[in-house]
Design a protein. Structure first.
Length: 203
């Protein structure tokens, strides 16, 4: 499967039925999801690997990892409605993916059960809650040696500083992230923002 084929398959998945502004539930565009996943795949971080999708939403990254031959995939999200849609998306592509309702920041979950080779994630950017991405970064490094995440443009310096002594950045890839009008406060039919796919590894 090439990059274009992966993007086309991911574009057919259903998004959020009732997105929450509080949870910053913006559907990850198939173009960005495919770019992240295929890059990780070419680096040997997906095929035959255990994948964990933190804040999986409707499962686009998890489903893509399954399509690229991951040995196992688990997705975790705080929103039961999103998890329900993620399960439907997995069934639609014939993938066996475990989806769990859970808070990434929770200390009441046995996180050892979610140990993985690679974490993929599109954490909240912090527009509604400052530093909302920090629990995702912390948990990702607890669970896996390799992490691929989608962050606001210009986040490299923050990720480097926040993970100092715990992780090292391997590369940063800039992508255009189209956001259709989703919430009442949106004024445009579509806004294109720049995001960064940041790959870092635990040290």
């Amino acid at each position: 499967m090439n990059l274009r084929q992966l993007e086309m398959k991911l574009a057919r998945l259903e998004g959020f039925a009732r997105p929450s502004a509080r949870l910053e539930q913006y559907q990850t565009p198939s173009s960005v999801a495919a770019r992240l996943l295929f890059h990780a795949y070419m680096q040997g971080a997906i095929e035959d690997k255990r994948i964990c999708d933190l804040g999986c939403g409707t499962g686009i990254l998890a489903c893509g990892a399954a399509l690229l031959g991951a040995s196992s995939v688990v997705g975790i999200d705080i929103d039961p409605l999103a998890v329900d849609q993620a399960e439907k998306n997995a069934r639609a592509i014939g993938a066996e993916i475990e989806f769990v309702v859970g808070n990434v920041a929770s200390r009441d979950i046995d996180w050892t059960a979610f140990t993985a080779d690679t974490v993929v994630m599109n954490p909240p950017f912090g527009a509604q809650k400052v530093h909302a991405d920090r629990p995702f970064i912390d948990r990702s490094l607890e669970l896996a040696g390799e992490v691929y995440g989608i962050f606001n443009a210009g986040s490299r310096s923050f990720v480097e500083a926040y993970t100092e002594g715990r992780a090292a950045i391997d590369e940063v890839i800039s992508c255009t992230f189209p956001i259709p009008r989703t919430f009442a406060h949106h004024r445009k039919e579509r806004a294109d923002i720049t995001v960064e796919v940041i790959h870092f590894h635990r040290i």
